[in-house]
Design a protein around this ligand. Structure first.
Ligand code: GLU
Length: 290
């Protein structure tokens, strides 16, 4: 039952950097005898079913295989609300009325970790909360009442990584389950015990692993792989030129992925024979569209 997964948000076509991360997630899973799953992370309304279908087709075209039909998060939204309600019943959530601006301008304790929620709404009295509810122009978000400020995860590429855990959002003010909640709930529901993804998410992993333990799950093993960047060192994007599978073609895309990883094989099955996690490049992959 142990599984790896790739979990794209269908907000734009996958680019060559995303395809490379998907290939790596598949290689990590298959080289360790795991099942592999695709999860469509479509809770946010800036996503589209057409883009999701295109992403899944592109993954199949480069040779990614999976063991169950791709699961869409919107197909079971109740799953997230149940978990949030349960945390609320355990006294582990609080309503937050802060806007982003409120959070950025709030005074913070001298030793508060950089980027942490400043705790503005954590200890409101009942009277203060009622007053905020009455005067707020939108419903509150629900945040986790965290009792730690940091948590350590194990990452196959980064070793023991300790990072910030603050009172992060579980349910957005518009009622949509937050990414950090949904990803933990789904990974546990799908028996995902190996999470391979871009290293832009490394700093989110302590929050997610901590939440997993609160929910009674063992945190997964992580591998946060370097991202693809453009010639300026910025995260690769559509405006960088030919970056999607439609623009590159399957053969060329696979050749690019293989050469970026130092492999001679140009199919995923072939790369599996050459895959050695310890030898993976640790630097971002600089991609220069031709
Ligand atoms: N859906 C997230 C993204 O596309 C990835 C989530 C994850 O791998 O944990 O950035």
């Amino acid at each position: 039952m142990q599984s790896g997964r790739f979990a794209p948000s269908p907000s734009a076509d996958l680019h060559i950097g995303n395809l490379r991360t998907a290939a790596l997630a598949w290689l990590f899973a298959r080289s360790t005898g795991r099942r592999f799953l695709i999860r469509v992370e479509d809770l946010d309304d800036r996503t589209s079913p057409d883009i999701a279908a295109g992403q899944v087709a592109d993954l199949a075209a480069i040779g990614v295989t999976w063991d169950e039909p791709p699961e869409r998060q919107t197909a079971h939204e109740g799953r997230y609300h149940e978990v949030v309600d349960d945390l609320t019943a355990r006294g582990l959530t609080f309503e937050c009325f802060c806007s982003r601006k409120d959070i950025l301008s709030a005074p913070r304790a001298p030793h508060a970790p950089e980027g942490a929620y400043p705790g503005t709404c954590r200890d409101l009295t009942d009277a203060e909360r009622s007053e905020r509810r009455a005067s707020a122009d939108r419903p509150p978000a629900l945040r986790l009442r965290s009792d730690v400020t940091a948590f350590t995860v194990t990452d196959l590429l980064h070793g023991e990584y300790t990072g910030l855990v603050d009172d992060f959002v579980l349910r957005r003010f518009d009622g949509v389950p937050a990414y950090n909640l949904a990803v933990v709930v789904d990974d546990a529901a799908q028996h995902v015990d190996q999470v391979v993804r871009g290293d832009d998410l490394l700093s989110s992993s302590p929050r997610q692993a901590y939440l997993a333990t609160l929910l009674g799950h063992l945190p997964p093993t992580y591998a946060h792989v370097p991202l693809a960047v453009n010639a300026e060192g910025k995260r690769l994007a559509k405006r960088d030129g030919a970056v999607t599978l439609a623009e590159l073609g399957v053969e060329h895309a696979l050749t690019l992925i293989a050469s970026s990883l130092g492999y001679s094989a140009t199919t995923l099955d072939g790369m599996l024979g050459e895959f050695e996690p310890g030898c993976l490049p640790r630097q971002p992959w600089v991609y220069r569209p031709s």
